[in-house]
Design a protein around this ligand. Structure first.
Ligand code: TXA
Ligand code: MG
Length: 342
């Protein structure tokens, strides 16, 4: 049985936080909102609790978890060799959607958190509920996204409920998350920092603060035999029906749909200016020129397809400028790299 606690910012929620903190202190796992996506948290120093995360998600044990902290100062409790680059990143982007991969301090965190690596991904989230929870708990929270492994990350409490009802005891419901895509993961243990996963903090934003940063393409990531971000080798963000990318061009989409209609139920995921196209199902990415709106609505749109009997999903590609890099990264993964071709 899973209960949902509303933590609407206009009412006194202290009892709900107390309840969540008690559960966490008792070795239970709790879902909570962050500014990116909902996380599934366990006290990061409690190995038994952390193991429950992997079981609840069906997550492979070689994929490490991000550690969330409620104050910047805590970073030195869990990491060593904090470089100047790391320091600058924390000052500029924390709290916020940037996870820093740093050298882990030995024998402090539960072993499963780092999955045997000598580094740890760590971030301070920028969300009132996440921060209130962490600052009341006064302990670090290991938290991956609160979805079943392979599914799109949850941007609403109801997404968490769909995936994990009766599997986890509690969801803190803080409404829709803001950014809608997972944090940027930046490895700062290397001479030139490497973006292991693009997100809301873009390459340009990072370079303005720390100078040159490497951002491998999806193709480059695949070629590497031992991926630096173990999560990159798994299928991700995928609804049940196959997803195909398609150019954001009315003629191309109409032609594809005409061709598919005799044998398929087609779901179209596209900006609002394509809504008059006659697909069997249509889910909007919002305004075509507003990449923030598109990243906020992407996972909800992908998840909505699972509630239909669509047998194929067409999703329009977007620019790779700014946060478009992160949007296209997730879309390419959801599509397994497939583009629709006539
Ligand atoms: O926005 C987010 O980052 C959300 C919210 C809940 O904070 N969390 C999230 O966690 O997306 P998860 O577990 O779904 O993704 C974590 C990613 C994975 O790709 C994992 O492989 C990578 O970060 N990662 C974690 N620790 C790492 C490490 N030490 N070295 C390299 N990659 C690491
Ligand atoms: Mg995830």
């Amino acid at each position: 049985h899973t209960f949902q606690l509303n933590v609407d910012e206009f009412v006194d929620n202290s009892e709900n936080y107390t309840q969540a903190v008690d559960l966490l202190n008792n070795g239970e796992i709790v879902a909570f909102p962050t500014e990116t996506v909902y996380g599934l948290g366990a006290v990061a120093t409690n190995e038994q609790a952390v193991k429950k995360i992997f079981a609840a998600k069906g997550r492979p044990s070689d994929n490490p978890l991000i550690v969330h902290i409620g104050t910047v100062e805590e970073v030195s409790l869990y990491t060593t060799n904090i470089s100047e680059v790391a320091q600058k990143c924390m000052e500029a982007f924390w709290p916020g959607p940037l996870t820093l991969v740093m050298d882990v301090k030995p024998n402090v965190l539960a072993p499963s958190v780092t999955a045997g690596l000598d580094t740890v991904g760590i971030r301070m989230p920028d969300h009132p509920v996440a921060l209130e929870l962490l600052q009341t708990l006064k302990k670090p929270l290991a938290a991956p996204s609160a979805n079943r492994s392979g599914k799109p990350s949850p941007t609403k409490a109801e997404h968490v409920f769909e995936d994990l009802q009766n599997i986890i005891p509690c969801i803190l419901d803080g409404g829709m998350t803001g950014i809608g895509l997972e944090s940027t993961v930046l490895d700062v243990t290397l001479d030139t920092p490497v973006i292991l996963r693009p997100g809301g903090v873009t390459k340009e934003m990072l370079e303005a603060v720390i100078g040159p940063v490497v951002e491998p393409s999806l193709e480059q990531q695949k070629i590497e035999s031992t991926p630096k971000a173990p999560g990159m080798k798994y299928t991700h963000y995928a609804p049940d029906a196959p997803v195909y990318l398609i150019e954001a061009n009315k003629k191309a989409i109409e032609t594809a749909i005409a061709e598919l209609k005799p044998v398929h139920k087609v779901a179209l995921l596209a900006p609002q200016n394509f809504e008059e196209i006659e697909a069997d199902y249509y889910f909007s990415f919002g305004n075509e020129h507003d990449l923030e709106q598109m990243s906020a609505s992407l996972y909800d749109a992908l998840r909505s397809c699972d509630k239909t009997d669509a047998t194929i999903i067409l999703a329009t590609a977007t620019s790779k400028n700014g946060v478009g890099t992160a949007i296209m990264n997730r879309l390419e993964k959801a599509a397994g790299g497939k583009w629709y071709s006539l």
